[in-house]
Design a protein around this ligand. Structure first.
Ligand SMILES: Nc1nc2c(ncn2[C@@H]2O[C@H](COP(=O)(O)OP(=O)(O)OP(=O)(O)O)[C@@H](O)[C@H]2O)c(=O)[nH]1
Ligand SMILES: [Mg+2]
Length: 223
């Protein structure tokens, strides 16, 4: 698959961020390490990202869980906790909690280290990701209006925020949103212009969240 990619497209203007810091609570084990035809899912996603980008950043609070994988082009960004928040209004009820993370915060911490104008953001649980579609989308980036902060596929209920492109220049807007307590991609994206990317086969965005999803992927790959 990687050999078919237009090597001119592999761009120093585009880097990738792959998020691997979720809880995998629905799957019951770390989704990033699930084997798809013998290849850990995170490695599959990073290999695809590496065919398009010179730099791939895996954002996770636990890089040690993935260091044994054989990544090309990949660097880890160790996610750090946000400052703590004190809640409650009397000395007896006041407690200090770590602010919640989630993919938006992971993305912001990754975005802070990238060097390129555009970033391809990917979840680690997309076993049907197609490099050719990402390649077609990447070709469109130069035509995207300057005021658009991102270019993403869209479905009936909203954006698909974890499989698309963002401008690095959106980081201050993102940090402001997070500082105000925002944690939702959909809510943040609703505040800014975003270009819709065409998606003819929605199965590419199939999200492998549960053991049933995984059984479906494995059956599909075997047939
Ligand atoms: N770096 C980072 N990635 C995250 C965080 N939360 C979710 N992700 C990633 O975001 C993507 C989508 O995550 P989800 O499938 O919505 O959630 P999850 O936490 O992985 O799984 P569930 O516990 O079943 O909801 C996956 O690639 C996750 O690894 C986070 O706090 N930090
Ligand atoms: Mg998911």
């Amino acid at each position: 698959m990687a050999d078919n990619v237009d090597s001119n497209l592999k761009s120093s203007k585009l880097s990738a961020i792959v998020l691997a810091g979720g809880k995998s609570s629905r799957m019951g084990k770390d989704k990033a390490l699930i084997l798809i035809q013998g290849v850990p899912l995170l490695q599959l996603i990073c290999d695809i990202a590496g065919t398009l980008c010179n730099a791939v950043y895996v954002v996770t609070p636990t890089p040690e869980n993935y260091q044994h994988l054989s990544f090309k082009h990949c660097q880890f960004v160790r996610e750090v906790p946000l400052p703590q928040e004190t809640v409650g209004n009397s000395s007896s009820t006041k407690i200090t909690l770590p602010l919640p993370h989630g993919p938006l915060v992971g993305f912001a911490q990754g975005l802070a280290v990238v060097q390129t104008d555009w970033i391809l953001l990917l979840a680690c649980d997309l076993p049907k990701l197609q490099v050719e579609v990402l390649q077609d989308w990447a070709r469109e980036l130069e035509t995207i209006p300057q005021n658009a902060i991102a270019a993403l596929p869209r479905h009936a209920k909203g954006w698909e925020p974890l499989c698309g492109f963002y401008r690095r220049s959106c980081l201050p807007l993102l940090n402001d949103f997070i500082a105000q307590g925002g944690r939702s991609f959909q809510a943040w994206l609703a505040q800014h212009p975003v270009r819709v990317l065409p998606l003819s086969a929605t199965e590419m965005l199939f999200n492998c969240n549960t053991p049933d999803d995984l059984a479906f992927v494995i059956d599909d790959k075997q047939s």
